[in-house]
Design a protein around this ligand. Structure first.
Ligand SMILES: Cc1cc2nc3c(=O)[nH]c(=O)nc-3n(C[C@H](O)[C@H](O)[C@H](O)COP(=O)(O)OP(=O)(O)OC[C@H]3O[C@@H](n4cnc5c(N)ncnc54)[C@H](O)[C@@H]3O)c2cc1C
Length: 411
């Protein structure tokens, strides 16, 4: 979010200083890995669909800029991997699903009975499930690492500055400016930087970093631990699949199984033999955090790893592709962090002053939960507009801006 906003501000002609505590190669942040689901199936005027679609337009603008300033060719395919997105829902959502699908202009296939699911997709579902596949250009997964690299190239080319391994320790309001205390992690030295305007986008650290200037943020955005596992199918097992079965595996990731745990799963990447590395987690499997800094290094528990394996084996049963637990190897696990508002809708809003009035010189992006990546360039545009006091008039732009306003973060 910080990189997206720094790009949008730089593109608008502002001089920006982006401070990032990690090195040039990001190895952690709210989430981990090189794939995030990007999708936009939703009811008419759905804010999430709009955020994704507008972010795609904004990405194209970034790439056009890079291509006119760089010898290397930058393409959307560097960032996006098109793939059908599979949704599994309970039949108690059937009416809402039918309403949503009636309003769809985008291509999809829906199967509402086991017979339909088998004839349309060749998958096996219980009677109480519905399966939908969404097919669209730049829908499937996106690679945040590549996007961030391109954003940083754009920011530098526009003449703004990025300083890596700089950890912000505190932010204070002074007369006419903000004072930011920054630790240079290489030198171990601290410096104070004065800025007329700031954008706060440190993910789950918003509450901690804004404690002095906007203490209310710590009450509005709660960090929660979630886990991710990377699993590999035993190579001999994968090689035993027919070409159609192998293709089916790729065609049915990414997955959103909207059951109680809300399983999300995707192909992180293919190895040198073309075998998938499968990433899996549970959107609602959240844990309270006592110390944020310690969370990132927390190992997955035995039960968490078993849950990831079982979810994947169950999914292969649904796919009608044979897979037994002993053929699924746990490669690596990560503790990640969701930043959650009460409504679970992110915040892109002016920072509140101590009396809660909006500060025109400060903007906050936070509470991105498990949805932020696909819309990042649009969240960045909204933040840049707030800081520059610019706006667009379109209905969806206004709807999204209102939904992300700080005042709407409680249910
Ligand atoms: C498990 C999981 C799965 C997800 N899956 C998806 C998905 O499939 N699709 C999707 O669209 N979204 C997904 N998301 C959501 C998405 O990853 C987040 O919304 C997004 O990463 C939030 O971006 P951010 O910039 O707000 O925070 P972060 O990504 O956490 O970035 C914050 C940055 O600030 C830096 N920082 C923090 N503190 C300081 C400091 N004091 N000084 C300097 N720098 C600092 C950090 O190093 C980091 O680079 C997922 C999230 C998680 C946790």
């Amino acid at each position: 979010m910080g990189s997206a906003t720094a790009w949008q501000l730089s593109r608008a002609g502002e001089r920006v200083l982006l401070l990032e505590q990690q090195d040039k190669e990001y190895t952690f942040g709210s989430s981990y890995g090189e794939a995030r689901i990007c999708r936009s199936l939703g009811p008419k005027n759905d804010i999430w669909s709009y955020l994704h679609r507008r972010a795609l337009e904004e990405t194209e603008t970034l790439l056009d800029f890079l291509n006119s300033n760089d010898n290397a060719h930058h393409s959307m395919e560097d960032i996006y991997t098109d793939s059908p997105v599979t949704y599994i829902l309970h039949t108690n959502k059937a009416e809402a699903v039918q309403r949503m699908l009636k309003q769809q202009d985008d291509p999809y296939t829906c199967a509402a009975t086991p017979e339909e699911a088998f004839s349309k997709f060749g998958v096996i579902i219980p009677k109480d499930r519905i399966v939908i596949q969404e097919y669209k250009k730049y829908t499937g997964t996106m690679n945040p690492k590549t996007l961030i690299e391109k954003l940083h190239k754009g920011i530098s080319t526009k003449g703004s500055e990025i300083r890596y391994k700089r950890q912000i320790k505190s932010v204070e309001r002074k007369t006419g400016c903000y004072e930011i205390e920054v630790l240079d992690k290489d030198k171990g030295a601290t410096e104070f930087i004065e800025a007329r305007k700031i954008v706060s986008a440190p993910g789950p650290y918003n509450g901690i970093l804004l404690r002095d200037i906007a203490p209310i943020i710590a009450d509005l955005i709660a960090p929660k631990r979630v886990f991710l596992a990377f699993l590999k199918i035993d190579p001999l097992r994968f090689e035993s699949y027919s070409p159609e079965q192998k293709q089916k595996v790729f065609n049915f990731y990414p997955l959103l199984d909207l059951g109680p745990d809300h399983i999300f799963s995707m192909v992180e990447k293919r190895d040198e033999n073309g075998h998938p590395l499968i990433k899996v987690g549970g959107h609602f499997l959240r844990e309270e955090i006592s110390n944020l800094d310690d969370t990132w290094t927390k190992e997955l528990t035995h039960n968490e790893i078993e849950w990831c394996k079982k979810s994947t084996v169950d999914y292969f049963k649904f796919l009608n592709v044979p897979l037994e637990t002993q053929h699924l190897h746990y490669q690596q696990g990560y503790s990640c962090v969701y930043s959650l508002t009460e409504s679970e809708v992110p915040i892109v809003s002016n920072l509140p002053n101590k009396d809660n009035s909006p500060d025109p010189n400060g903007v906050l992006l936070g509470g991105m939960s498990g949805v932020g990546a696909k819309g990042s360039l649009m969240y960045g545009l909204l933040a840049a507009h707030l800081l520059l006091e610019k706006k667009e008039e379109g209905f969806m732009y206004q709807k999204v801006k209102k939904a992300l306003h700080l005042g709407n973060s409680t249910q």
